[in-house]
Design a protein around this ligand. Sequence first.
Ligand code: ADP
Ligand code: ZN
Length: 210
Amino acid sequence: MNIILLGAPGAGKGTQAEKICEYLGIPAISTGNIIREALKSGTEMGLKAKSFMEAGQLVPDEVVIGIIKDRLKEDDCKNGFILDGFPRTIPQAEALDTMGVVIDKVIDIEVPDEKIVARMSGRRVCGNCGASYHLMYKQPKVDGVCDLCAGTLVQRKDDHPDTVKERLTVYHSETEPLKDYYSKQGKLRIVEGQEEVSDTTALVYRELGE
Ligand code: ADP
Ligand code: ZN
Protein backbone atom coordinates (compact mmCIF):
# COMPACT_ATOMS: atom_id res chain seq x y z
CA MET A 1 0.00 0.00 0.00
CA ASN A 2 1.26 3.50 -0.91
CA ILE A 3 0.26 5.99 1.77
CA ILE A 4 0.56 9.74 2.21
CA LEU A 5 0.35 11.35 5.64
CA LEU A 6 -0.97 14.89 5.52
CA GLY A 7 -1.33 17.34 8.36
CA ALA A 8 0.04 20.53 9.85
CA PRO A 9 3.59 20.62 11.18
CA GLY A 10 3.49 19.06 14.62
CA ALA A 11 0.22 17.19 14.02
CA GLY A 12 2.06 13.94 14.70
CA LYS A 13 2.68 12.69 11.16
CA GLY A 14 6.16 11.46 11.99
CA THR A 15 5.05 9.46 15.01
CA GLN A 16 2.16 7.88 13.13
CA ALA A 17 4.42 7.16 10.15
CA GLU A 18 6.65 5.08 12.44
CA LYS A 19 3.64 3.16 13.79
CA ILE A 20 2.36 2.36 10.30
CA CYS A 21 5.88 1.34 9.32
CA GLU A 22 5.90 -1.28 12.11
CA TYR A 23 2.32 -2.33 11.42
CA LEU A 24 2.58 -2.82 7.65
CA GLY A 25 6.33 -3.40 7.31
CA ILE A 26 6.80 -0.71 4.69
CA PRO A 27 9.29 2.17 4.94
CA ALA A 28 8.35 5.59 6.27
CA ILE A 29 9.94 8.30 4.18
CA SER A 30 10.27 11.75 5.74
CA THR A 31 11.51 14.53 3.47
CA GLY A 32 12.14 16.61 6.61
CA ASN A 33 14.48 13.92 8.00
CA ILE A 34 16.26 13.48 4.67
CA ILE A 35 16.84 17.23 4.43
CA ARG A 36 18.05 17.45 8.05
CA GLU A 37 20.51 14.63 7.36
CA ALA A 38 21.80 16.43 4.26
CA LEU A 39 22.15 19.60 6.31
CA LYS A 40 24.15 17.79 8.95
CA SER A 41 26.50 16.18 6.48
CA GLY A 42 26.84 19.46 4.60
CA THR A 43 25.90 18.22 1.13
CA GLU A 44 25.03 20.66 -1.63
CA MET A 45 21.35 19.85 -1.25
CA GLY A 46 21.60 20.50 2.48
CA LEU A 47 23.17 23.89 1.90
CA LYS A 48 20.42 24.83 -0.58
CA ALA A 49 17.71 23.84 1.89
CA LYS A 50 19.16 25.36 5.06
CA SER A 51 17.92 28.96 4.90
CA PHE A 52 14.41 27.92 3.83
CA MET A 53 14.06 25.34 6.52
CA GLU A 54 15.34 27.54 9.33
CA ALA A 55 12.95 30.33 8.33
CA GLY A 56 10.00 27.93 8.45
CA GLN A 57 9.54 28.10 4.70
CA LEU A 58 9.23 25.30 2.22
CA VAL A 59 12.28 24.05 0.41
CA PRO A 60 11.83 24.60 -3.37
CA ASP A 61 9.71 21.98 -5.13
CA GLU A 62 12.44 20.83 -7.52
CA VAL A 63 14.72 19.98 -4.59
CA VAL A 64 12.22 17.84 -2.67
CA ILE A 65 10.81 16.27 -5.82
CA GLY A 66 14.37 15.19 -6.69
CA ILE A 67 14.79 13.67 -3.22
CA ILE A 68 11.57 11.67 -3.48
CA LYS A 69 12.24 10.51 -7.03
CA ASP A 70 15.55 8.99 -5.91
CA ARG A 71 14.21 7.55 -2.68
CA LEU A 72 11.21 5.79 -4.28
CA LYS A 73 13.54 4.00 -6.70
CA GLU A 74 15.12 2.10 -3.82
CA ASP A 75 14.33 -1.57 -3.35
CA ASP A 76 12.55 -1.30 -0.02
CA CYS A 77 9.75 0.72 -1.64
CA LYS A 78 8.65 -2.15 -3.89
CA ASN A 79 5.88 -3.33 -1.56
CA GLY A 80 4.69 0.11 -0.58
CA PHE A 81 5.75 3.14 1.42
CA ILE A 82 4.53 5.88 3.70
CA LEU A 83 5.25 9.47 2.71
CA ASP A 84 5.58 11.74 5.73
CA GLY A 85 5.76 15.40 4.79
CA PHE A 86 5.57 14.94 1.03
CA PRO A 87 3.75 16.24 -0.97
CA ARG A 88 3.38 19.66 0.64
CA THR A 89 2.33 21.61 -2.45
CA ILE A 90 0.09 20.94 -5.46
CA PRO A 91 3.10 20.81 -7.87
CA GLN A 92 4.67 18.12 -5.62
CA ALA A 93 1.47 16.06 -5.78
CA GLU A 94 1.35 16.50 -9.55
CA ALA A 95 4.97 15.35 -9.75
CA LEU A 96 4.01 12.06 -8.06
CA ASP A 97 1.21 11.61 -10.60
CA THR A 98 3.62 12.35 -13.45
CA MET A 99 6.10 9.79 -12.08
CA GLY A 100 3.28 7.25 -12.31
CA VAL A 101 3.25 6.69 -8.55
CA VAL A 102 -0.16 5.40 -7.53
CA ILE A 103 -1.27 6.52 -4.08
CA ASP A 104 -3.81 4.31 -2.31
CA LYS A 105 -4.71 6.38 0.72
CA VAL A 106 -4.08 9.85 2.07
CA ILE A 107 -4.47 10.09 5.83
CA ASP A 108 -4.96 13.64 7.03
CA ILE A 109 -4.30 14.16 10.74
CA GLU A 110 -6.25 17.19 11.92
CA VAL A 111 -5.11 19.22 14.91
CA PRO A 112 -6.27 22.81 15.62
CA ASP A 113 -3.63 25.55 15.30
CA GLU A 114 -3.71 26.50 19.03
CA LYS A 115 -2.85 22.95 19.97
CA ILE A 116 -0.08 22.79 17.39
CA VAL A 117 1.69 25.82 18.83
CA ALA A 118 1.54 24.34 22.34
CA ARG A 119 2.72 20.92 21.17
CA MET A 120 5.65 22.20 19.15
CA SER A 121 7.15 23.98 22.12
CA GLY A 122 7.53 20.57 23.81
CA ARG A 123 9.09 18.83 20.86
CA ARG A 124 12.74 17.69 21.11
CA VAL A 125 14.97 15.81 18.71
CA CYS A 126 18.18 13.85 19.14
CA GLY A 127 21.06 15.97 17.85
CA ASN A 128 22.85 12.78 16.88
CA CYS A 129 20.38 10.35 15.26
CA GLY A 130 17.33 12.57 14.69
CA ALA A 131 14.86 10.51 16.76
CA SER A 132 11.98 12.66 18.02
CA TYR A 133 10.59 13.09 21.50
CA HIS A 134 8.11 15.28 23.32
CA LEU A 135 8.26 16.64 26.87
CA MET A 136 4.62 15.59 27.41
CA TYR A 137 3.67 12.98 24.84
CA LYS A 138 6.81 10.97 24.17
CA GLN A 139 9.31 11.31 26.97
CA PRO A 140 12.75 9.75 26.76
CA LYS A 141 13.64 7.29 29.53
CA VAL A 142 16.26 9.73 30.82
CA ASP A 143 15.60 13.50 30.63
CA GLY A 144 17.39 15.14 27.73
CA VAL A 145 18.98 11.90 26.49
CA CYS A 146 18.09 9.84 23.41
CA ASP A 147 16.81 6.30 24.15
CA LEU A 148 18.34 4.97 20.96
CA CYS A 149 21.85 6.41 20.87
CA ALA A 150 22.30 8.39 24.14
CA GLY A 151 22.68 11.60 22.07
CA THR A 152 21.64 14.95 23.54
CA LEU A 153 18.06 16.10 22.90
CA VAL A 154 17.69 19.58 21.48
CA GLN A 155 14.93 21.83 20.20
CA ARG A 156 14.87 22.21 16.44
CA LYS A 157 15.52 25.81 15.32
CA ASP A 158 12.31 25.74 13.34
CA ASP A 159 10.31 24.67 16.42
CA HIS A 160 10.75 28.09 18.05
CA PRO A 161 7.35 29.83 18.41
CA ASP A 162 7.76 32.52 15.71
CA THR A 163 8.93 30.00 13.16
CA VAL A 164 6.07 27.69 14.09
CA LYS A 165 3.58 30.46 13.25
CA GLU A 166 5.26 30.95 9.88
CA ARG A 167 5.12 27.20 9.21
CA LEU A 168 1.40 27.15 10.04
CA THR A 169 0.74 30.03 7.65
CA VAL A 170 2.65 28.17 4.93
CA TYR A 171 0.74 24.99 5.76
CA HIS A 172 -2.64 26.66 5.34
CA SER A 173 -1.75 28.37 2.07
CA GLU A 174 0.42 25.75 0.34
CA THR A 175 -0.36 22.33 1.82
CA GLU A 176 -4.00 22.41 2.85
CA PRO A 177 -5.21 22.63 -0.79
CA LEU A 178 -3.95 19.03 -1.11
CA LYS A 179 -6.96 17.89 0.92
CA ASP A 180 -9.18 18.98 -1.91
CA TYR A 181 -6.81 17.49 -4.49
CA TYR A 182 -6.96 14.02 -2.92
CA SER A 183 -10.56 14.27 -1.86
CA LYS A 184 -11.46 14.66 -5.55
CA GLN A 185 -9.53 11.44 -6.20
CA GLY A 186 -11.54 9.71 -3.45
CA LYS A 187 -8.40 9.00 -1.42
CA LEU A 188 -8.67 11.38 1.51
CA ARG A 189 -9.33 9.96 5.00
CA ILE A 190 -9.57 12.39 7.90
CA VAL A 191 -8.39 11.47 11.39
CA GLU A 192 -8.82 13.81 14.36
CA GLY A 193 -5.56 13.94 16.31
CA GLN A 194 -6.19 12.69 19.87
CA GLU A 195 -4.49 13.61 23.15
CA GLU A 196 -3.00 10.12 23.38
CA VAL A 197 -0.75 9.03 20.53
CA SER A 198 -2.10 5.46 20.71
CA ASP A 199 -5.69 6.71 20.29
CA THR A 200 -4.70 8.50 17.10
CA THR A 201 -2.87 5.38 15.92
CA ALA A 202 -6.03 3.29 16.43
CA LEU A 203 -8.00 5.72 14.26
CA VAL A 204 -5.28 5.67 11.60
CA TYR A 205 -5.25 1.84 11.50
CA ARG A 206 -9.02 1.83 11.16
CA GLU A 207 -8.79 4.09 8.10
CA LEU A 208 -6.07 1.91 6.61
CA GLY A 209 -8.14 -1.21 7.14
CA GLU A 210 -11.25 0.08 5.41
P1 ADP B 1 7.02 19.16 10.23
O1 ADP B 1 6.14 18.15 9.61
O2 ADP B 1 7.03 19.09 11.69
O3 ADP B 1 6.83 20.54 9.68
P2 ADP B 1 9.27 18.19 8.71
O4 ADP B 1 10.41 17.56 9.37
O5 ADP B 1 8.36 17.37 7.89
O6 ADP B 1 8.52 18.92 9.88
O7 ADP B 1 9.78 19.39 7.78
C1 ADP B 1 10.65 20.38 8.26
C2 ADP B 1 10.99 21.36 7.16
O8 ADP B 1 11.61 20.70 6.06
C3 ADP B 1 9.82 22.10 6.54
O9 ADP B 1 9.41 23.19 7.30
C4 ADP B 1 10.41 22.49 5.18
O10 ADP B 1 11.29 23.59 5.29
C5 ADP B 1 11.23 21.27 4.82
N1 ADP B 1 10.42 20.28 4.07
C6 ADP B 1 10.12 19.01 4.44
N2 ADP B 1 9.36 18.40 3.52
C7 ADP B 1 9.15 19.31 2.54
C8 ADP B 1 8.42 19.30 1.32
N3 ADP B 1 7.73 18.23 0.91
N4 ADP B 1 8.43 20.43 0.57
C9 ADP B 1 9.11 21.53 0.94
N5 ADP B 1 9.80 21.61 2.08
C10 ADP B 1 9.83 20.52 2.88
ZN1 ZN C 1 19.62 9.44 19.11
